[in-house]
Design a binder for this molecule. Structure first.
Ligand SMILES: Nc1ncnc2c1ncn2[C@@H]1O[C@H](COP(=O)(O)OP(=O)(O)OP(=O)(O)O)[C@@H](O)[C@H]1O
Ligand SMILES: [Zn+2]
Length: 668
């Protein structure tokens, strides 16, 4: 029976009832998906989620109630939907899908795997296991009003041969990480986000974090050190500079002593807060104003004078910088201390100055122990208040619109507010694709995008899935090219940063001519020790000739059943700002045809790409918040929807080349 008529057939109903499916993730999408699965008639479901329920989940993860906060998401979700259909077998696992317990044998038990995850790493892992187990994977993501559902199939014919397949999750390049030119952040911001990045990644890190954490954006950092034009440009520091242009060809403020951002011995917190204010919002702005070239075609900034904004604080070198609340008791909050509790009210410049001074003061008085090691966290109220106030003050100086605390928190935390309806639509679409697979009509599967209705006049756009990419190092035959300084990088760096972090491997084994490094279960104690002893060694000096230039290493991960070929290329020089990791990984498709159609860029290496400003050679990469990975992916894909729609027409003309064939059957 053809689709969609087959959707209501008794045969399919039976398959729905008896097919075992795995849901990975019981969050926003996962709750909706699980509910729809059960209401569609699925009765054999397993569910994995590693997390516990938080209060912030309750607004959209409707299977959870306040009383469940702190309990396992998987367990509570399973119990909740069990009540809809008491006969169903819903088995919850609280754990990381990357745990050994959920290996290949576990995956092979399922007819279909359905992802409701929020990070690329876990998605890649599930992709590899589904490929290895030859279980169809339905992948999903949402970001605000936008969403997507993609289908990843490996099928075989009656003789067991692979007959048809779609692209895997890793066939397409990973989305680009959003980035901003460093000079824009340092000297010439023109958008609120530039000021937020400055406040969060530079100023917060300098005042409260590890000093070296701020160097990416640091005008004083080696290589980026520019020059001021004489003493006046140095602001309050009064140090000298050499007058040479910065690396972008523009002048930058003087190289500076970062220790000036530390509180002096015995300096009281209010005095320190006022000193930092004068330094960054007045002296540094005056300094940057002296770089004439910058202001030829731009509106110059205006220094903010504390004495004019808050005469009391401006003159006080000691005592409270601002009025309001008392110290101690509960979590420190500048807004609470100042009675400014409406997060949606736009603060005046004076308000921002008060919040800035109070947040610095509170940090230095109540959270002194963290100073030097603090890391910005969007759930840290005081950190968010500081960032909001500091970025607004910078915005005020540069004539950029200021933001409410609520908006600033969203921007600083890369938060795009989740919309329950989008999750519900995506959950439903996942089930629709699953039904096509169960009905034996995988060729009817579609990639579906949920669009922003107002702009596109339609809610959903569908297209057939692409075929597998030969340039994919995971499901195809491509080699990856790793450029790294083989004379300084250690094996430990290769394993932790390249193989585990960048390539999402779990337990890599590295094999090269005369060399082997192993991880994972089943090793004897002496083998574990021998492997560990290799980790601190430099790549080129490893046994068996080392992992030097031109070596082709085979990297295998038993737990993911994936094997990658890594061609190592020695690269001596690295630009620390452009490539702070000290390595790049590129897909290198062996087949010229694949290279010609752009497939060479495919594979897990796409994240290397960073957006560059044409007049600036420095880029700061804004790390995506972990929970944002899916959103970024969805957003990137959405940006490509129009292009995709064009490609869709072309693909239709070509016919469903890579999708399933009539006689193909899915692997049991
Ligand atoms: N490796 C993993 N193993 C198991 N579950 C995972 C893994 N990675 C992510 N998850 C789960 O996937 C779910 C994703 O859901 P969602 O995107 O709604 O995130 P959330 O954490 O519930 O909400 P938010 O990030 O918006 O606060 C989460 O419940 C998370 O615990
Ligand atoms: Zn692939």
């Amino acid at each position: 029976m053809a689709w969609p008529a087959a959707a209501s057939s008794a045969e399919l109903r039976d398959k729905i009832k008896t097919s075992k499916v795995l849901c990975v993730g019981a969050g926003g999408i996962g709750c909706e998906l699980l509910k729809t699965l059960v209401l569609t008639g699925f009765e054999d479901i397993e569910l994995i989620d590693m997390d516990t329920i938080e209060t912030s989940n309750l607004n959209r993860q409707f299977l959870f109630r306040r009383k469940h906060v702190g309990q396992s998401k998987a367990k509570v979700a399973a119990e909740a939907v069990q009540r809809f259909r008491p006969n169903a077998r819903i088995l919850a696992h609280q754990g990381n899908v990357k745990d050994a317990a959920f290996g290949l044998d576990f995956f092979r038990r399922f007819k279909i795997v359905l992802n409701g995850l929020d990070n690329v790493e876990a998605r890649r892992h599930v992709n590899r296991l589904c490929l290895a187990a030859r279980v169809p994977l339905i992948e999903s993501g949402t970001t605000g009003y936008l969403g997507q559902v993609t289908v990843h199939l490996r099928m075989r014919g009656a003789a067991g041969q692979v007959t048809a397949a779609t692209e895997c999750y890793e066939c397409k390049p990973a989305p680009m990480v959003k980035s901003f030119p460093v000079c824009t952040i340092r000297n010439t911001p023109d958008k609120p986000i530039h000021c937020i990045v400055w406040a969060k990644d530079l100023l917060f890190a300098r005042l409260f974090g590890r000093l070296e954490g701020a160097t990416d954006l640091d005008e004083g950092a080696e290589g980026a050190a520019g020059a001021a034009q004489g003493d006046a440009a140095l602001g309050s520091s009064g140090r000298e500079a050499d007058g040479a242009p910065g690396p972008s060809g523009e002048e930058s403020p003087a190289a500076e002593d970062l220790s000036e951002f530390l509180a002096a011995e015995g300096e009281n917190p209010s005095g320190y807060a006022a000193r930092i204010f004068r330094r960054v919002f007045c002296a540094d702005i005056e300094s940057v104003l002296k770089m004439d070239k910058l202001w030829k075609n731009r509106k110059p900034p205006m220094p903010l004078r504390l004495g004019e904004l808050l005469p009391e604080a401006g003159s006080a070198a000691s005592g409270r910088a601002s009025g309001g609340g008392a110290d101690g008791g509960g979590e420190a909050s500048a807004c609470e201390a100042l009675g400014m509790t409406d997060a949606h009210r736009l603060w005046s410049v004076e308000d921002n100055a008060q919040v800035f001074l109070e947040s610095v003061r509170l940090f230095m008085s109540q959270r002194r122990a963290e100073v030097g090691a603090a890391v910005f966290d969007k759930d840290d109220a005081l950190a968010v208040e500081f960032v909001a106030a500091a970025s607004n003050l910078r915005s005020a100086a540069y004539g950029i619109p200021m933001q409410t605390l609520f908006a600033a928190k969203g921007m600083a935390g890369n938060i795009i507010h989740a919309i329950a309806t989008t999750n519900a639509i995506v959950g439903g679409l996942i089930v629709v694709e699953a039904l096509k697979i169960l009905a034996g009509q995988p060729d009817k599967c579609k990639v579906t995008y949920v669009l922003e209705h107002q702009s596109s006049k339609r809610l959903l756009a569908t297209m057939p899935p692409d075929g597998p990419s030969r340039g994919c190092a995971v499901c195809g035959t491509a080699q990856l090219r790793l450029a790294i300084n083989t004379r300084t990088a250690t094996l430990s760096h290769l394993v932790s940063q390249v193989l585990k972090k960048r390539l999402a491997m779990n337990e890599p084994t590295i094999m090269a001519c005369g060399f082997m490094y192993e991880e994972g279960e089943g090793l004897q104690d002496d083998e574990v020790a021998a492997n560990a002893a290799l980790l601190p060694r430099v790549l080129a000096d490893l046994p068996g000739g080392g992992l030097g230039h031109g070596v082709l290493a085979v990297v295998r991960d038993q737990s993911q059943d994936v094997t990658l070929q890594l061609l190592i290329e020695h690269q001596e020089e690295w630009d620390e700002e452009m490539q702070p990791d000290g390595f790049t990984v590129d897909g290198a498709a062996p087949a010229p045809a694949a290279a010609a159609n752009g497939d060479a860029a495919a594979g897990p290496s796409g994240a290397d790409a960073a957006e560059e400003d044409d007049d600036d050679d420095l880029v700061v990469v804004v790390e995506p918040h972990a929970a944002d990975a899916k959103r970024k992916r969805a957003a990137t894909d959405e940006a490509g929807v129009e292009a995709e729609e064009g490609r869709e027409a072309a693909r239709r003309r070509r016919g469903p080349a890579d999708a399933g064939t009539g006689d193909a059957i899915l692997l049991d």
